[in-house]
Design a protein around this ligand. Structure first.
Ligand code: PLP
Length: 423
């Protein structure tokens, strides 16, 4: 039996009893032309701006204005080690040790850097396995790595597909692929939470399976970081990458994260692309030393990073540190469970949620398939003040984000969806 109830009153009560409800006030909520809050369901695409972000960025602009180059050492938060101020909080969010995590570059760039080190094809073992409906950038990236190493990007790519008539991929199918092709596969690279279906994979299970067959295993956690408890260290994954502008609310195009498992931290034999920011911090500025790589994930940095972007990330991570992933995911499960309940209560013949119904197999996003419709549905929802995401041919993706979405948001979303469908 569900403990959820229909009606606005129930949503209001849930918000009143929600320990995290006040965090909504810490964010700028986009408004319609009448000044009413829009129902923002696309934190999975671009997270909202924390009100404190401006002050964090302004601090750096001021220090730059007042100090010029001296800001590298004399700024309130010195720029030289600035990325280090983000490490502990980021490590907690993704369930890693600080030595395993760094904020640098952008997501797809990090994916390539990781593949330089962890995709080590031989003539016998060179294939890459990804899920069939991987995010396009990931697919393009692995295809280009295959070509870069002189392999055919079709023949070298093994796809983990959902069965005919199904949307979610099954572990037993992955196991079957590995039994058959495991010794040809150099790298298993999966989106930790699938961007389209919202399916959250068992990272540990996939890693164990891959490692058993001698494959390296990496995850793109763009839809996982700040959304689910990833426990990257315990997963045993060789590497992971993620962006910070989705659930981590750091602004469009902001820098990304990378995880390299501790067991690789001191391995100087790993092939990698390097720059002066991967070099030992103590001798970096002597400029004439032989290359001496920093242990851990920091050893994959290339350049001195854009401080204004790091400042925005720091502003957001400080909020995550206050709340903690445990409380956040607890609320998230209630909020998305409520969303699922309301959608199911619509009892609409054309509507089907393709995201797993088991809370541990998803984050906050629900991907809602609406048959017999087209993109005009999305337009009508937008006109009704619902900011959602449309994926062809017939899926609306909605992500009630526990940091700033309310139960009332979810209630209103489903009410307006109902109105639009019945019109
Ligand atoms: C959002 C997203 C990207 C975007 O890549 P960028 O390099 O940040 O532009 C790539 N992969 C996945 C799985 C994503 O969800």
């Amino acid at each position: 039996m569900s403990h959820y109830k229909l009606g606005l009153q129930f949503a209001k009560e849930q918000d009143q009893n929600d320990e995290l409800a006040s965090y909504r006030n810490r964010f700028h909520i986009p408004k319609d032309q009448h000044g009413n809050d829009l129902i923002y369901m696309t934190g999975n695409s671009l997270g909202l701006q924390p009100k404190q972000t401006k002050a964090y960025i302004n601090q750096e602009l001021e220090d730059w204005a007042n100090l010029g180059v001296e800001g590298h050492t004399e700024a309130k938060h010195p720029w030289m080690p600035y990325h280090e101020f983000l490490t502990d909080n980021m490590a907690k969010i993704v369930g890693a040790k600080p030595i395993e995590v760094v904020v640098m570059n952008t997501l797809t760039a990090n994916l390539h850097l990781m593949m330089v080190s962890f995709y080590k094809p031989t003539t016998k073992r060179y294939k890459i396995l990804i899920e069939a409906d991987a995010f396009p950038s990931d697919k393009y990236a692995v295809e280009s790595q295959l070509r870069h190493h002189g392999f055919d990007d079709k023949e070298g790519l093994i796809l983990w597909k959902a069965r005919q008539g199904e949307e979610l991929v099954r572990y037993e199918d992955l196991e079957a692929i590995m039994e058959k092709h495991g010794d040809e596969i150099a790298l298993v690279m999966i989106g930790g939470v699938n961007y389209y279906t919202g399916q959250y994979f068992d990272l540990k299970r996939i890693t164990k399976l891959g490692n058993k067959h001698g494959c390296m295993v990496g995850f793109d956690c763009a839809h996982g970081a700040g959304n689910v408890e990833l426990n990257l260290h315990d997963s045993g994954a060789d590497f992971a990458v993620w962006c910070t502008y989705k659930y981590l609310n750091s602004g469009p195009g902001s820098l990304a994260g990378a995880f390299v498992h501790e067991r690789h931290a001191h391995d100087k034999t790993l092939n990698r692309f390097t720059g002066w920011w991967s070099h030992n911090k103590n001798t970096r500025f002597n400029m004439r030393h032989e290359f001496d790589v920093i242990p851990g994930a920091e050893g994959w940095q290339l350049s001195n990073p854009p401080i204004l972007s790091l400042a925005a990330i720091r502003a957001s991570l400080d909020i995550f540190a206050e709340v903690g992933m445990k409380k956040l995911t607890e609320k998230s499960k209630k909020l998305t469970g409520y969303f699922e309940y309301l959608i199911n209560e619509l009892n609409h013949k054309d509507i089907k949620i393709i995201t797993p119904s088991t809370p541990n197999e998803r984050g906050c996003q629900l991907s809602i398939q609406v048959k017999n419709t087209d993109k005009s549905l999305h337009r009508k929802l937008t006109e009704a003040g619902i900011i959602s995401d449309w994926r062809e041919p017939d899926v609306i993706r909605c992500a009630p984000v526990p940091l700033y979405n309310s139960f009332e948001d979810v209630y209103t979303m489903v009410e307006r969806l109902k109105t639009v469908l019945n019109a």
